[in-house]
Design a protein around this ligand. Structure first.
Ligand SMILES: *Cc1c(COP(=O)(O)O)cnc(C)c1O
Length: 359
């Protein structure tokens, strides 16, 4: 079986070495030495001023929303994983969907201003599939209307915008280190900010509001992550350059063979270094997509409909009209892409797609 993604497992001996250290210290969680080491190494690797390692990418979004005190309406994208929207709902904000750009699948900045009302407090945009949003345009709108910006950068490990890690942008950027992501710590996530004030606020929020053993700054939550997860992150960080390089090679191979297929891929934002985190293809219509899935499934190949359905159709929300997102989400399919997926497998998957189209 070939799935859309396969979690990378690092060298077992290396992981066991970290485990031995955990056994020696008997320090399992609560800001332990491996968590600190991972935060330091990520800071260096990504060249970001501050980050906090958290339990997962969803708690990262919630802590970001809380730290920026967003309330009322928050402008967001309907084309993302459900956690982007559900975190807003969970934090009592109303998601206001702005339609996406047909070429990049990211929120369309040209449509943001008309969605701003006196109740709007922020913008939560996703850099979909690791491809940065039009950050300059979004920042300009945010500055003009005094809105806070959060980027859900869950797909963006390794992506750069204008020579810097894309995690540097927005008031806060969040990411996920879930097992299915390009870089992972089994479960995990992070928040990034250049403001030391926000960093401090989020570090209280991460740890129940603790400011010392008996003092509490305010209501917090448990957003911490453990030494075991940090160890997995550290072991994976050693090979992340290889993972990034192989993703690029694999994507270029798909490009080459699929050039004969009647599909489009994503327009990568100019001025960015893309991380090739996913391989999405856009079919002409849903029928062609369903046929492709059927043929692949017949050979035990499991692509995924990321992202389907469009989040404006969630049944717990009032329906809002975003036709491009609804249309794209019906036609887009992510092909298998993971470390270790072989040239032969990519060749086989591509040829099946070509055959499905021509039958
Ligand atoms: C994976 C993902 C999340 C959630 O991250 P978890 O670590 O699984 O909680 C949020 N947003 C996007 C866009 C994602 O892909």
């Amino acid at each position: 079986m070939i799935n859309v993604s396969k979690p990378n497992l690092p060298d077992l001996e290396k992981y066991v070495k970290y485990l031995k250290g955990i056994w020696d210290r008997n320090w399992l969680t609560n800001n332990g030495p491996l968590v600190n080491e991972l935060e330091l190494r990520l800071k260096e690797y990504l060249e970001v001023p501050h980050l906090l390692f958290l339990g997962n990418g969803t708690i990262a979004l919630q802590i970001a929303i809380k730290a920026l005190e967003l309330k009322g309406e928050v402008i967001t994208t309907p084309f993302s994983y459900v956690a982007t929207t559900s975190s807003l709902v969970w934090e009592n904000c109303k998601p206001v969907f702005v339609d996406i750009d047909m070429q990049s699948f990211n929120i369309d900045p040209a449509k943001i201003e008309s969605a701003i009302t006196e109740n709007t407090t922020g913008i939560l945009a996703t850099h979909v599939f690791g491809n940065p949003c039009d950050i300059d345009a979004i920042e300009e709108i945010a500055r003009k209307h005094k809105l806070k910006v959060i980027y859900d950068a869950a797909h963006c490990f390794g992506t750069k915008y204008k020579g810097k890690s894309v995690f540097n942008y927005g008031d806060i950027s969040t990411t996920s280190f879930h097992a299915t992501k390009l870089f992972h710590s089994v479960e995990g996530g992070a928040v990034f900010t250049s403001s030391s004030e926000l960093l401090k606020k989020m570090s209280y929020l991460r740890n129940f509001g603790h400011n010392g053993p008996e003092d509490f700054e305010g209501a917090g939550i448990n957003g911490k992550n453990s030494e075991f997860h940090a160890a997995m992150g550290l072991a994976n960080l050693d090979i992340v350059d290889d993972i990034l390089a192989s993703r690029k090679e694999q994507s270029l191979q798909y490009n080459q063979i699929l050039s004969g297929l009647n599909v489009k891929t994503v327009n990568i934002e100019s001025g960015s270094d893309f991380n090739y985190a996913y391989y999405p293809v856009l079919f002409d219509n849903e029928e062609a997509l369903l046929k492709a899935i059927q043929v692949l499934n017949g050979h035990n190949i499991m692509p995924r409909r990321y992202f389907y359905p469009s989040l404006n159709t969630l049944k717990y929300l009032e329906r809002q009209d975003v036709p491009i997102s609804e249309d794209i989400s019906k036609r887009v399919l992510c092909l298998p892409l993971y470390y270790g997926l072989s040239k032969e497998e990519i060749d086989f998957i591509s040829r099946l797609l070509l055959r499905a189209q021509n039958n």
